[in-house]
Design a binder for this molecule. Structure first.
Ligand code: NAP
Length: 332
């Protein structure tokens, strides 16, 4: 689970909610064309063809439903600085220009470099931009991803992320993973202290199952869950259903298959051909229509790929196309 399953050197194989939203963020040109408003728990009945362009996290953060994952703007192996730092800066600025107003990152990406690049590219941050960072997974070495959910570590991690991101308060702080050596109650208790101190606005979870989400919500309010989920990998179907029912945001990581990409599948390719778009765009459109609480965070180091991914928010699949793609579950 988690980032530990990364295969960062591999390239994609294919040319490849607690209440919900109200308005489009300013400048979100590529998201224009919809103003549907849905409200969390009441919206959970239909699992298909969601159309709301925005999602409200924690009752007060309205975000466009296609975010940006800032893991890929670091060096090879999600380690160190990227080979072309100016390009990483361009990608981040272009994401915001295109209307993306949620950027997912973590102290572990680089480590530190993803957060530092975000601040370098975007600070002072435009109004409404949500930086969602994470802590609790450390990087002792290039290919190492080691959980550390000790309260003292997490409190220090929050302080360091605040500094790197040049923020006084982090809008969304996610526990990257549950540390099997530390009771979740202790880890989340530390984040609650940081929230009470005004250093965190909302708290999210990552790499969790519904039982863990229920346990976490006994400690403090949880506004989002970030788990692996894409057309081929639906192990988190129950967590998604829980989020939909309870109105928590669900951020699928590896939304387009991660470094491995998605396998070529007829239904995907047919829809891509019929709409004259890429398979990646179809995969993102399928996710967006899958649930009103879905907030994909595709990652890229390329402006061209970023533009293509953001444009997918405009793509509408027909019900037949959506169903044919949905039927690909488990083919991965
Ligand atoms: N919570 C966790 O444990 C966890 C784990 C993993 C990731 N995440 C988060 O989830 C985000 C997304 O995950 P991810 O970046 O690993 O996987 P992803 O978004 O599924 O895929 C990214 C890969 O696809 C390529 N790509 C992106 N857009 C493309 C396009 N339009 N056409 C062709 N290839 C394209 C990228 O390469 P190029 O750079 O060449 O475009 C990169 O290799 C991360 O950035 C991170 O914020 C969280």
């Amino acid at each position: 689970m988690a980032d530990r399953s990364l295969e960062p050197n591999q390239k994609p194989g294919l040319t490849r909610r607690t209440f919900l939203g109200t308005t489009l963020a300013g400048g979100a040109a590529l998201f224009a064309g919809g103003s549907d408003v849905i409200f969390g728990a009441a919206s959970s009945a239909a699992p298909t063809m969601a159309t709301n362009p925005t999602l409200q996290l924690g009752g007060d953060l309205t975000v466009n439903r296609l975010g940006f994952g800032a893991m890929r703007i670091t060096g090879e192996g999600i380690w160190g600085w990227p080979p072309d730092r100016q390009n990483a800066i361009k990608v981040l600025r272009r994401a915001v220009e295109l209307g993306v107003n949620l950027i997912d990152t973590a102290d572990a990406y680089g480590p530190e470099t993803s957060e530092l690049l975000i601040a370098e590219a975007l600070h002072p941050y435009p109004k409404g931009l949500v930086i969602a960072t994470k802590g609790g997974l450390t990087r002792p070495g290039r290919s190492q991803w080691v959980p550390d959910g000790r309260p003292e570590h997490l409190k220090q991690a929050v302080e360091m992320s605040l500094k790197r991101l040049r923020l006084e308060r982090i809008d969304l702080y996610q526990l990257h993973t549950i540390d099997p050596k530390v009771p979740m109650e202790a880890s989340l208790g530390a984040l609650k202290q940081m929230q009470d101190a005004g250093k965190i606005r909302h708290v999210g979870l990552s790499n969790v199952n519904p039982t863990e989400i229920v346990r976490a919500r006994k400690i403090l309010p949880i506004v989002s869950v970030q788990n692996e989920y894409n057309i081929e990998d639906r192990k988190s179907e129950k967590a998604l259903a829980y989020c939909e029912r309870e109105g928590l945001g669900f951020m699928p990581w590896f939304p387009i298959g991660g470094g491995r990409g998605l396998k070529p599948e007829n239904a995907l390719e047919r829809a891509a051909r019929d709409h004259d778009v890429s398979v990646v765009q179809v995969a993102l459109a399928w996710l967006l229509e899958r649930s009103p609480v879905m907030l994909p965070i595709p990652g890229t180091s390329s402006v061209v790929h970023l533009e293509e991914n953001v444009a997918a928010a405009k793509l509408k699949l027909t019900p037949a196309e959506w169903k044919a793609i949905d039927a690909l579950a488990g083919h991965g």
